[in-house]
Design a protein around this ligand. Structure first.
Ligand SMILES: [Zn+2]
Length: 192
């Protein structure tokens, strides 16, 4: 009997764990990791929706509320760069893409009630704040079949950024990939 219960508990744990890990990874609920951002790309028909979430540390090198003129200027400059999405994330010219909308904001890192607070995890840094840049984009591509890949100057533009975890959703399903300072490219041939 005990054996059966243990077996059931194990089975339940196996069923629950991957879903939980998946959720945490995709929704960015935990404290962010400096150097790492997330880029979600959803391609449907000729529409490309992108969402970027990146620690302030990656983009401007600080996460407190900008107080000096230089800090305020750095935030505005970063927002302007990120707004020009097709300059940061270059899609193949043959796909004939244009940006319809871009929204970039800097915000305090958000957590759901009950989530572990990053301040608790960093008690050695009392009062340490986290903030991040959040950008959403809508792009239309006249020839989406030519969306074979993506190349980014994100790492050139933003000195603190090391890695982007990329989630791509297309009619063929979901895939995950990484772009890094050493490999600032993404291959989309398998998912289009
Ligand atoms: Zn942070």
């Amino acid at each position: 009997m005990l054996k059966t219960i243990a077996g059931l508990a194990t089975a339940a744990a196996i069923l629950v764990s991957p879903a939980y890990a998946d959720k945490a990874e995709h929704r960015q609920l935990g404290p962010h990791v400096h150097g790492q951002g997330t880029l979600d790309i959803a391609i449907e028909g000729n529409k490309v929706e992108m969402e970027l979430v990146a620690p302030g540390m990656d983009i401007v090198g600080f996460e407190h509320i900008p107080s000096t003129d230089a800090q305020k200027a750095a935030v505005e400059k970063a927002k302007a760069k990120l707004t020009d999405v097709l300059s940061v994330f270059k899609l193949p010219a043959a796909a004939k893409c244009k940006a319809d909308a871009a929204n970039v904001e800097s915000r305090k890192e958000t957590h759901k009630p009950g989530e572990k607070d990053p301040d608790e995890a960093e008690e050695s840094l009392p009062g340490h704040e986290h903030s991040e840049f959040h950008a959403t984009y809508t792009i239309t591509c006249a020839a989406p079949e030519s969306l074979t890949g993506l190349e980014t100057v994100y790492f050139t533009n933003f000195a603190g950024a090391q890695l982007l975890n990329v989630n791509v959703t297309t009619s063929k399903g979901q895939t995950q990939a990484q772009m890094t300072r050493a490999k600032p490219t993404l291959d989309l041939t398998g998912v289009m």
